[in-house]
Design a protein around this ligand. Structure first.
Ligand code: G6P
Length: 615
């Protein structure tokens, strides 16, 4: 949700900032801008649209300077236009600010400053911060970095900001409270960004700024000066190494990141299991949970909080953990959980599932659980992310950077980790016979190969996508473990193709949605062989009886179901509990191909952002 980049050093800042913004475009892409500083004073260029539009706009403009900040926006306050694009300037145009997050008290601050003669050029909350820094600097007569700190003490809300000042042309100031910020330390240069992806090609040494901290970054200084926003007390930075490989940030011959990430899944699922599952003995080791595992194994209930695709992985976690380990699981939308005054008992176990580890609602839900005395655990993909750091224990999914906004490989990696947790708990709790656990461990180990086979449905999915691309509405039906798969399939289709799609439990069809079935309505039925297969056949018949079109995902060899459907895609046979891994693959492929056929911006669908750091 908005990407921030900043640079201070000896090189020209502009190309580095633009390169960084391209990497962060997944976070928002309705406008982009840069502010460049140095000898020639502050220059701000910003434009509605994508980073490419900004580049066209600045052609022939003076983009020199060895310090600068940049932004790619996902609008919260104010429509996405040139005026509301970041960076924003202070009243005297001496300070430029980029911001990711929401300033909750911006109206009060704005009215107060307006009464003292400030005029504002945008509708954004961010511009208020730029003005406030100038206000504090003039009133208190303090240097620019201290003015930023004092101004932020007056700000209520969530933010990551980067600011530069014409009066202090070698200094970049960044701060975070609730939104991520990473500082890359190079040779005589620093590159800051909302995540490590723009930094990785320049340096592997990074500092993940802690919540409530700010950094004063001076060209030539050996390290950034890190201090608490509250009291200004400095502390030494914890320097870490970036873990992921640069190749993971390239499309590597695929047309889109979404396509690449779908096809990467045999590898990413294997990576999620690596060193954790021993299929010969059935043993599961989850190092990140080991300190708390004894307590967790005695849990009476586990609560899972998540949003979007991660929420659907959570529902699969519920099926897996209840069925395999016999522990009661509740899954909640993080956005609801945080506001519905949930009953949280001291010692409860609350898992947050989040690809980015930054989703504001999920983070807030986990904080609420912690305050109530629960053990907060994380299942995250991004190493060092806020949720990973704010939970007492957890498991990384190790899917590698996911760039496509619509989540694919992160989902299957989350389900892998949940399967591992279910197996680990089951062994400890002796909820299933040893031989059955061993069989399930072997079956889980076979998932990457089965997913590779499921990816061979590519051409069949491409053909089916032609049909679906003509439709206005599609239902996705599933039952048992295939119900969350249907939900995820519908979400994927609407995210990337903008076709209206709804996931529904097949058994609920007759309680309302069936009223919509006629010859213009199509239903994608996730119908592989499971214990509820007969029931799904019943649902297919009900749709057909009302002349609806049926597209079915079936198990290889199940000619009966395939014959009932207008079109079908056959996936490999696997134990029922792990069917979701293979059943979701054609649904991801279908959504991808529909989006391509309709000419959609597959990796950056309209109105979405990969990391939703606002409520
Ligand atoms: C956004 C993304 C979704 C994602 C959801 C939760 O809505 O567009 O793809 O599933 O956030 O994100 P998280 O990073 O917490 O898994």
């Amino acid at each position: 949700m908005c990407g921030i980049v900043g640079y201070v050093g000896k090189q020209e800042a502009y190309p580095l900032i633009i390169g960084g913004l391209r990497r962060l475009e997944y976070r928002g892409y309705d406008s982009a801008g840069v502010a460049l500083g140095g000898e020639k004073g502050l220059r701000v260029y910003k434009r509605r649209g994508k980073v490419d539009d900004l580049e066209t706009f600045v052609e022939k403009k003076d983009v020199t300077g060895t310090i600068g900040i940049g932004h790619t926006r996902w609008a919260t306050h104010g429509v996405p236009d040139d005026r509301n694009a970041h960076p924003h300037l202070s009243h005297d145009a001496s300070i430029a600010v980029v911001h990711n997050g929401i300033i909750e008290n911006f109206r009060i601050l704005k009215t107060d400053m307006e009464s003292r003669g400030h005029t504002f050029l945008s509708d954004t909350d961010t511009e208020v911060v730029a003005h406030l820094i100038e206000d504090v600097r003039n009133a208190a007569g303090v240097p620019f970095p201290e003015a930023v700190r004092l101004a932020l003490k007056e700000v209520v809300g969530a933010y990551a900001i980067a600011a530069i000042s014409a009066d202090d042309p070698d200094t970049l100031v960044v701060a975070r409270k609730g939104s991520p910020l990473v500082i890359g330390i190079g040779e005589d240069e620093y590159l800051v960004a909302s995540d490590a992806s723009p930094i990785a090609e320049h340096t592997r040494r990074v500092v993940y700024l802690d919540d409530g901290d700010m950094a004063v970054i001076r060209c030539g200084a050996e390290n950034p000066e890190i201090m608490a926003i509250d009291d200004g007390v400095s502390h030494s930075p914890a320097i870490r190494e970036i873990e992921f490989k640069l190749e993971s940030l390239a499309k590597e011959g695929y047309s889109h990141f979404m396509e690449k990430e779908i096809f990467e899944q045999p590898k990413t699922i294997r990576d999620s299991m690596r060193g954790r599952l021993n299929p010969k003995t059935g043993e599961v080791k989850l190092g990140g949970l080991s300190d708390y595992f004894n307590k967790l194994a005695e849990a009476e209930r586990i609560v899972i909080v998540a949003c979007g695709t991660s929420f659907y992985a959570g529902i699969l976690g519920e099926y897996l953990i209840e069925r395999i380990a016999g522990v009661h699981v509740e899954v909640e939308y993080a956005s609801e959980y945080r506001y519905r005054h949930p009953l949280i008992r001291k010692g409860d176990f609350v898992f947050a599932i989040s690809q980015s580890g930054e989703t504001a609602d999920t983070l807030a839900a986990i904080r609420l659980a912690k305050e109530a005395g629960a053990y907060a655990f994380g299942i995250c993909n991004v190493v060092g992310s806020s949720i990973a750091r704010e939970t007492v224990a957890g498991v990384y999914t190790h899917a590698g950077p996911e760039i496509g906004v619509a989540s694919t490989k992160a989902f299957t990696a989350q389900v892998t980790v949940l399967s591992l947790i279910a197996l680990a708990l089951a062994r400890r709790r002796r909820s299933l016979p040893e031989a059955e656990l061993l069989r399930l461990a072997k079956e889980l180990d076979s998932v990457p190969d089965k997913v590779a086979a499921a990816l061979e449905t590519r051409s069949a999915c491409r053909e089916l996508a032609e049909d679906i691309s003509q439709l206005r509405d599609v239902y996705y039906l599933g039952r048992g473990v295939c119900y969350p798969v249907a939900l995820e399939g519908a979400l994927k289709l609407k995210e990337v193709s903008y076709i209206h799609a709804e996931g529904y439990p097949a058994g609920e069809m007759k309680h309302g949605p069936i009223a919509l079935i006629d010859e213009n309505m199509a239903v994608v039925t996730v119908a592989p062989l499971t214990e509820v297969h007969d029931k799904i056949l019943g649902s297919i018949q009900e749709v057909k009886a009302r002349k609806g079109k049926v597209y079915a995902i079936v198990t290889e060899g199940d000619t009966e179901t395939a014959a009932l459907a207008d079109r079908s895609v056959a996936i490999p046979q696997i134990d029922e509990l792990f069917v979701p891994f293979v059943a979701v693959i054609p649904l991801q492929l279908i959504s991808y191909f529909v989006a391509v056929l309709l000419g959609r911006d597959v990796d950056r669908p309209r109105n979405l952002a990969k990391s939703v750091t606002v409520e």
